[in-house]
Design a protein around this ligand. Sequence first.
Ligand SMILES: Cc1cc2nc3c(=O)[nH]c(=O)nc-3n(C[C@H](O)[C@H](O)[C@H](O)COP(=O)(O)OP(=O)(O)OC[C@H]3O[C@@H](n4cnc5c(N)ncnc54)[C@H](O)[C@@H]3O)c2cc1C
Ligand code: FES
Length: 503
Amino acid sequence: MSHHLPKKSQSFWIDSTSASNYPSLTQNISVDVAIVGGGLVGISAAKLLKQAGKTVAVLEAEQVAAGVSGHTTAKISSLHQLIYADLIKQHGEEKARLYGESNQAALEQYASLIQSEQIDCDFERKDIYTFAASLDNLDKIKAEYEAAVKLGLPASFVQQTGLPFEIAGAVKFTNQAQFHPRKFVLHLAKTIQGEGSYIFEQTRVKTVEGEQPCKIIAENGCIVTAQDVIVATNLPILDQGLYFAKAYPKRSYLIGAWIDPAKDPQGMFIGSGQDYHSIRTTPHEGKTLLLIGGKGHKVGEVDDTEVLYKQLADYAYSTFEVEEIAYRWSTQDMVSFDQLPYIGKLTPMNNHTYVATGFSLWGMSKSMMSAMILSDLILGKENPWANLYDSTRPTPFVTQESIKKNLDVGMHWVGDRLKGLLDSPEKVGIDEGKVVTVNGDKIGAYRDESGTLHQVSAVCSHLGCIVSWNPAEKSWDCPCHGARFNCEGEVIQAPAVSDLKKY
Ligand SMILES: Cc1cc2nc3c(=O)[nH]c(=O)nc-3n(C[C@H](O)[C@H](O)[C@H](O)COP(=O)(O)OP(=O)(O)OC[C@H]3O[C@@H](n4cnc5c(N)ncnc54)[C@H](O)[C@@H]3O)c2cc1C
Ligand code: FES
């Protein structure tokens, strides 16, 4: 079955808001706290710190909320598909309880900020469900329900939902929320600018030096001097904490389809098992857009990314009464090997450089939680969850999964060097991207629709892995730690800070 899909990848959240237009950094400045990255972590932390009386400067490489936070599904919840039964097993009941409590607290922090700042961002309280479509995963659903109840979370086990198909069972959390993430960030950003605090866009940070004070150095050489710095670039651009080795990048896909508002399934849903789907709706000018996500994979590991959108479209048409698919987009997040995000100091040696990463595709609550923890650490306040998420904790490199994923990176480093050995630029067809070899060099060659060939070095500017072409997003994606570049080689995703060399 083949369904019409929009030609270009475009996030609904970005398309339904106007572009932000903050200036770039053109001179050296000094603030209390510098924040690198203007996604949900960066802007939320900037807001809490400014509220507490600090001056802040957010330095964003592109536009605020146009990275992962501008491409998410934006369910704010403490039900993270299936996690609590596992957390209890892996980390014990007390830590699992703190995990639930901290995510619930972050959800309430959103509600209170949205209320106090009167933020018009389609924030709605909704119930959320993790369901088993068949009997296969029912045991896991029941175990999750039992674990969640034990931890005092608002869980119940149900067999009826608003979905237009039968399910075997679901764990449901009441009074969770959904919102429009970009409307939220754009509103908060406006309240940060001014009184000695700044937001800069189109300002890529190259590195951070020293801690007394911290010097945040932008690509154009301008420097922000600050007592503390939060690196909120999704995966830190600073390599010292080895976060690129403590988590792996997972890319996932979304489509947005108009449906009859009367057919709204009234809730937020995610399936279980291998090929699960994430489902929610969002209101837009009296209409209802159904968002369906899924088809996740490790970055750089699927050659035909287009086909994944087609599979999502098939699912949407066969499951819901879809009128038209108006949007499709994809994005990626870092998955932590021990299921807990890393929130805290860059390394045990750092006292003023902070990071937040490893949200494992549940970063709405965890972004706000990071903002709460990091602002408390900077303000010298006790925080009940800081220990649990301590970013310098020993990392369990020894779990089977982490060994496999790290092995994958090693294999990419070596194996991908054979990519394109026998291919040359002449073999690259219209609208095709390929790694080819020219005079012994690995080149990423993309021929656009007008026949022009764009050639860049295929060696990732982060740590030297070989990038792969992503046909759906028209980007070069690095399978090692998830850096991405456009067809001209310009960085579009951390941890890289430099472009691919033009060839
Ligand atoms: C498909 C998908 C669906 C998801 N759905 C949900 C959901 O429903 N619920 C949920 O809880 N979570 C969800 N998540 C996870 C969530 O979206 C992310 O965890 C969260 O948005 C991450 O926010 P962030 O601030 O870390 O990253 P970002 O929003 O990416 O912010 C980082 C910013 O740093 C900037 N930057 C990078 N390098 C530099 C540099 N050198 N200098 C300056 N700036 C730089 C980037 O441009 C970017 O704007 C989903 C994730 C995916 C992949
Ligand atoms: S992202 Fe690390 S080598 Fe490419």
